[in-house]
Write a new protein. Structure first.
Length: 526
């Protein structure tokens, strides 16, 4: 069987491989498709060299050309939408139409077009002009390519060669070295070809986009810490993210890692009395969506102990038991879930329902609900926040408001935190005490809403305190804010007008970008 080539410097070329692999259909557990290479260091070095050449060439490229590439790439993806959906479905077992074709693919092309708008409009650069001192600054591209490691649970919208990190890095003016996820190599290959064609169609440097399918862990560590690397975006496990972060930090290289999150959901007493049945349905739908393989899956639910909370838990348990388990993405997933549940039960959690691998044709695990008393949780808060990446949630029963606040103070950083409260203001006092404790522990605070949806909105924060990400000040979703991860701050002190970049000249270069001039955001000329 022919080994598929890698994308280097605008060309498909044979890899310097150390072994091969094939994708596996999680619904059947059977290998599918072609063989793909596990690249060795010569491939990585070739990608770095090509991307570094593009870094230099991009200094002469106008933002309009970068925007044109992003828009053309989106159009190329749409032209192959059915083929992408078919292949991604076979490689991931995610629903073809309801999830991939009609949801995740439009999200992917939409964020590429939003990135194009930001690249063209330029306000993201935050051009700043102090006319009194003649000091001017702006955000611009890094002096090296951005490496993007994509996850397995979003083969389109977070793919290393098509997702949000890719779009942000390109819009900020950087070439990308994409590390495809081995769970969907064929899907990534189709994206890479669409990107290669868009580069040719818009005249960008040939090294603008490189793609490698798989690397050894050692070469991954070497890549993120390499002198030529500008920055890295990573979405994946905490163990993998921390290893990469350690290597990058040691070399002084920026890395933005999204790792693990338990996403606490609070249902306050008044809300429970007011709409218990509806909340049970909302929670079950959120927790089991995509077999629970969402980074914003609600892994903790916090309640005040009492009869209403017991009735609510019983309703959720019944719905968990009657809802068919979803297909997990990898062969290792059921064992990972069992390991996480074992860690929880060893520290006092009790299984209400589920807790074992599901007897289905593909990889599966029973929808699992656990419970623990607040006082028990407080004895082992770290262990009882072990992430279970699937349809698994731990209910915490606090005996009173003080214990609920005490539990909240032990929570690690999460991407999201949700609070459901009554519409009649009966929960307002408890909310007022709870919110200041929860707010700094989560990136996105939600009210009366489950956390699994992540809208591509300028106001979105898909980030949060450690360990949900490696830095609480940045987001991987939400343009233009997401671009700042892959940008450097340039300052010009007493530089002559003719030598300034267009964004910092006295005249607004496009008439629409906002600039901070002498303490005012404005579109005017100096």
């Amino acid at each position: 069987m022919t080994i598929q080539p890698i994308l280097i410097n605008g060309e498909w070329q044979a890899a310097a491989a150390n072994g091969t692999f094939r994708a596996v259909n999680p619904a059947t557990r059977e290998p599918i498709g072609e063989e793909y290479p596990v690249s060795t260091w010569p491939d990585v070095q070739a990608a770095l060299d090509a991307a570094t050449s593009a870094v230099v060439a991009l200094r002469q490229i106008q933002p309009e050309q970068i925007a044109a590439f992003l828009e053309q790439y989106a159009a190329n993806i749409e032209a192959h939408a059915d083929a992408l959906a078919d292949l991604a479905h076979s490689e991931t077992a995610l629903p073809r139409d309801g999830r991939l074709r009609n949801n995740e693919l439009p999200r992917t092309t939409g964020q590429l077009r939003q990135a194009a708008t930001a690249a063209r409009e330029r306000s993201w650069s935050q051009a700043t002009i102090d006319t009194k001192l003649n000091i001017r600054s702006m955000f611009g591209p890094l002096n090296g390519p951005v490496v993007v490691f994509g996850p397995n649970n979003f083969p389109f919208a977070f793919n290393g060669i098509s997702g949000g990190d890719f779009a942000a890095a390109i819009a900020a003016g950087n070439p990308v070295i994409a590390k495809a996820h081995p769970g969907h190599p064929g899907t990534s290959r189709l994206f890479a070809e669409a990107a290669r064609q868009a580069i040719q169609q818009t005249g960008l440097p040939s090294g603008m986009v490189q793609m490698l399918y798989h690397l050894s862990p050692e070469d991954g560590l070497r890549l993120v810490s390499h002198p030529l690397t500008g920055a890295t975006g990573f979405t994946g496990s905490r163990a993998g993210g921390l290893r990469l972060k350690e290597a990058a930090d040691r070399a002084g290289k920026p890395i933005y890692a999204e790792m693990s999150s338990v996403n606490p959901v609070y249902i306050l007493p008044g809300a429970l009395v007011e709409r218990s049945d509806a909340l049970a349905g909302e929670f079950v739908a959120s927790c089991t969506l995509g077999a629970g393989q969402f980074c914003t899956n609600p892994g903790l639910l916090l309640l005040l102990a009492g009869e209403a909370s017991e009735l609510f838990t019983a309703k959720v348990a019944v719905e968990f038991e009657t809802k068919a388990p979803g297909v997990l993405l990898t062969e290792r997933s059921p064992q990972n879930l069992l390991d996480a549940i074992t860690a929880l039960t060893e520290h006092g959690a009790q299984i209400v329902t589920g807790g074992a691998a599901a007897q289905i044709a593909g990889y599966g695990f029973q929808n699992t609900l656990l419970r623990v008393a607040g006082e028990t949780f407080l004895r082992s808060p770290d262990a009882l926040q072990t992430e279970a990446f699937g349809a698994v949630s731990l209910f915490i029963f606090a005996k009173d408001a003080e214990e609920l606040l005490a539990v909240t103070r032990t929570l690690e950083g999460s991407l999201t935190g949700s609070i459901y409260s009554a519409s009649d203001a009966s929960d307002d006092a408890l909310y007022a005490a709870l919110q200041p404790e929860l707010r700094p522990r989560v990136g996105r605070l939600l009210n009366d809403k489950m956390p699994t949806g992540v809208a591509v909105s300028p106001g979105m924060n898909h980030g949060g305190p450690y360990p949900s990400t490696g830095h609480p000040g940045f987001t991987s979703v939400g343009i233009p804010a997401s671009l700042h991860r892959f940008a450097a701050l340039y300052s010009y002190d007493n530089v002559r007008a003719a030598r300034l970049p267009p964004e910092l000249t006295d005249r607004n270069p496009n008439g629409v970008m906002f600039r901070w001039i002498d303490g005012e955001w404005t579109r005017r000329d100096v």
